[in-house]
Ligand binder design. Sequence first.
Ligand code: ADP
Length: 384
Amino acid sequence: MKLRLFLVFVIIYITAVFGWWLYSFITYTEKEYQLEYNNLKLNAMVIHNKLTEFIEFNKSEKNEAPYQTYKNRKAEIETLHGNLNRSYHTNTKLSLNDTAGNLHTLLNLQIEPSEFKAIHRNFVKKQRAFYSEVIFFTILVISGVVWVFSKLESLLNLNKMQNNFLLSVTHELKTPLTAIKLSSQTLQQRKTDEEIRQTLIQQIVNNSDRLNELLDNVLLATRIDGKSYSYNMVKTDITALIKKTAEMVLSEPYYSGRFTFDEKSREIILDEVSLRLVFSNLFQNAVKYAGRNADLSVRYGENDGKFSISVSDNGKGIDPKEYKSIFNKFYRVGDENTRESKGTGLGLFLVRQILKSHNASIKAESNLPHGTTFIITFKSLNYE
Ligand code: ADP
């Protein structure tokens, strides 16, 4: 949250800096345009004065009327005008009125309208260039900053999730270990009757299985994540696989809910070991988050040549804001210190990775009125 607030400040700062640059550039071009405009007019005045001086000089030298000077020296005046234009970088038009008398009516200097237009065109061009450059760089810099911040945020989240993972794995390892130790110590210290002995031994076996499963899951996750797991794709009856997995998961003594599934047999090309892990994770989650009376159902669907399997439960459901994140590595809803349920946050990540390798996707939806539905969609026609 703090990082986002900081990002907003950075974006505002960048926009202000670029905005200020744009303002300065535009003011500068306006001033430059005004300067060129004034310069043109000024140079025209200088040319006018020089020509006037020339005529005045000849008038006083030769004692002739200005009009006479002009008539006698027309070619000279025009050449002089041309030269003055060149040396003052102007393009003025000279009209020489042939009415006698006043010098000013004799010389009429006009600035070519095309010159004003050229200056103005140049001004508009510069303005456009500044607008597009500044806008382009603002967008570029802001996108770069947003990208860096999002990477930083995901790194920080990953770090937090890894810490959560360590906490939960330690907890997951400690609980069965403590149970095994307690059962073993009881067996060691007390003389118990055969029935209690058997229960204690069964508890040791169950907890060892739990430990084993946890370590298997972590190892498999590492192999699947590191792409070193090789999938053994074989045509398999998915209905039988689902039934077998459900039986294993739901055989836990504390589960007393209902399990319904699509009994239509369906063959898909899949890797049995990993797909069993997919369904055992989904079923275990359903039981874990829906409680002992979890109502679990598996349905098939077909649309546009795609085959889908939905797994629904009647549990507490998931906040729609979390639908995407729950598939991230180590992600668990809530905080590790306050969370009641056990887990590592690896389950749904593994599920998604395995399904990806089967060219299938998974998404979470709400199962009205309560609970969650996970929909698996096989995109290619690798089923019959
Ligand atoms: P874990 O169960 O080990 O925490 P998962 O990757 O299996 O990790 O699940 C990620 C999170 O998604 C869980 O922490 C849980 O909050 C939520 N979740 C998964 N399945 C369900 C479900 N069926 N009902 C409610 N919440 C669920």
